[in-house]
Each structure stands twice: as structure tokens, then as C-alpha cells.
Design a protein around this ligand. Structure first.
Ligand code: FES
Length: 112
């Protein structure tokens, strides 16, 4: 896994969704109730930009057709049968970091 430093200082005074780049990945950095989440920015339904959606009760809501995805697990709402990728996120002394697995990392993890 490679950790990417993100150029963003979170302000938890209200929920936010910010689109960031971590390596080649477009990721939504979401702040909700004092916690940070990192999820894929692309909706699997029809490709909408989830960073233009909204955040409700630990769910990110797609701006196009209102599909919802759990911020912790990436699991789609009931009946959707889909998911979005989630990424580990850490707040360190020098900033926010998002961890991204390469294809090789995923293959290795698949055989453990
Ligand atoms: S594109 Fe996201 S719900 Fe349709």
C-alpha cells in the first residue's frame, strides 16, 4: 500500500465532501461527525462524480439518481447490488494521508 499526502486541512465544523487525487485515483475525502472517510469519486451506476453529491447519516448520496453508499464499507443501499471502493485515511502530524493499494497489492492480498 502506498500512502499519499493530501493537500487539505479538514474543518469538521460541518460535513464536507472534497475531491482529491491520491496517486492516479480520484477520491472523495468526506468529513462527517468529526471523522474522515475516503471513497471512490466515481459512482458505479452511471459514472457521476460523487463529490458533487451529499452526505447523510454516514452515507454518500449520488447527485444523479440518489443511489447511496456507506462511507465505511462502500456498500450500496438496499437493492442496488453495487459498491464503491473505500480507502484508509489517517490524520498525521504533517497532514492527511490516504492509502491506496496497487493492482499488485490487491493480487497479493487475494492470495493470503
Ligand atoms: S450515476 Fe450515481 S446513482 Fe446513477
Amino acid at each position: 500500500m502506498t500512502w499519499h499526502k493530501i493537500d487539505h486541512t479538514p474543518d469538521f465544523s460541518r460535513p464536507f465532501i472534497k475531491k482529491v487525487k491520491a496517486g492516479s485515483k480520484s477520491i472523495c475525502l468526506v468529513g462527517f461527525e468529526g471523522k474522515l472517510y475516503a471513497v471512490s469519486a466515481k459512482c458505479p451506476h452511471a459514472g457521476a462524480d460523487l463529490s458533487e453529491g451529499l452526505c447523510v447519516r454516514k452515507l454518500i448520496v449520488c447527485p444523479y439518481h440518489r443511489y447511496t453508499y456507506d462511507l465505511e464499507t462502500g456498500k450500496g443501499g438496499e437493492g442496488q447490488n453495487d459498491f464503491i471502493e473505500t480507502y484508509p485515511v489517517e490524520i498525521r502530524e504533517d497532514g492527511v494521508y490516504i492509502g491506496v493499494n496497487s493492482l499488485w497489492d490487491k493480487l497479493r492480498l487475494g492470495f493470503k
